[in-house]
Design a binder for this molecule. Structure first.
Ligand SMILES: [Zn+2]
Ligand SMILES: [Zn+2]
Length: 228
């Protein structure tokens, strides 16, 4: 089910183990932010068709990090089209060297073929899609290559698996997880200007998302016993 968040930005809440997925249409670009596991790609296709889109039409896929529940859906997209893939350097370099282990596909028994990341993101990267500009912030902690992205001028922040609603935050017990880095990343997010948060799991934070970020930061600081 698509939930329209802003003009041409639609949030799709996850099915089962999938991540949430966002569809953005801007100029000649049809973009997905995260793709789910890929197990539910025909349902995603039907959702996209309600907006005159489809799996084939997707031109760009921006990943908040490379875990299988976010990146797995790239596989069915590559079977029907050739979208450009975007991922932070800390994970893209492994994948581009043929090491898919950061995706955790083995851990979850998923069979992920090799593919390449086209655009390598870093702190401060700007991604321009027609009138939409995404600004990338590197926010490690849940994983080494986790990012959050602000839709410039819109008050919308994609928070990946770093920040969740209700004082929640991403787990740090997978390889490359790091509690101190997660707390620091949540602190940074709590100081950013944004109103709406679109997380990798759970519901959209539609109002006062920055306050939600502050709560998550304080909860994480206590949980991991970080002073300051
Ligand atoms: Zn996830
Ligand atoms: Zn994750």
């Amino acid at each position: 089910m698509l939930d329209q968040i802003a003009d041409s930005i639609y949030f799709i809440e996850s099915r089962s183990f999938d991540s949430n997925i966002t569809y953005i249409k801007s100029g000649n670009h049809e973009i997905l932010v995260d793709t789910g596991t890929g197990l539910y790609s025909s349902a995603l296709d039907r959702d996209l068709q309600t907006q005159g889109s489809s799996l084939e039409s997707i031109t760009d896929v921006v990943l908040t990090h490379c875990h299988i529940d976010h990146i797995g859906g790239v596989v069915p997209l590559l079977e029907v089209g050739s979208p450009k893939l975007y991922l932070h350097k800390a994970e893209a370099e492994s994948i581009n060297s043929g090491d898919m282990s950061p995706t955790l596909s083995d851990t979850f028994g998923a069979d992920l073929p090799l593919f390449k990341i086209d655009v390598i993101l870093e702190e401060g990267s700007l991604i321009d899609f027609g009138d939409i500009r995404l600004k990338v912030f590197h926010t490690p902690g849940h994983s080494a290559g986790s990012i959050v992205m602000r839709v410039e001028g819109s008050g919308i922040l994609f928070t990946g698996d770093t920040l969740f609603p209700g004082g929640s935050f991403g787990r740090v017990d997978f390889p490359t997880g790091d509690p101190l880095k997660l707390v620091e990343s949540l602190r940074r997010i709590s100081e950013m200007e944004f109103e709406i948060g679109l997380p990798g799991h759970m519901s959209a934070m539609k109002h006062d998302a920055r306050r939600s970020a502050l709560t998550s930061y304080q909860m994480a600081k206590n949980w991991f016993n970080v002073s300051g």
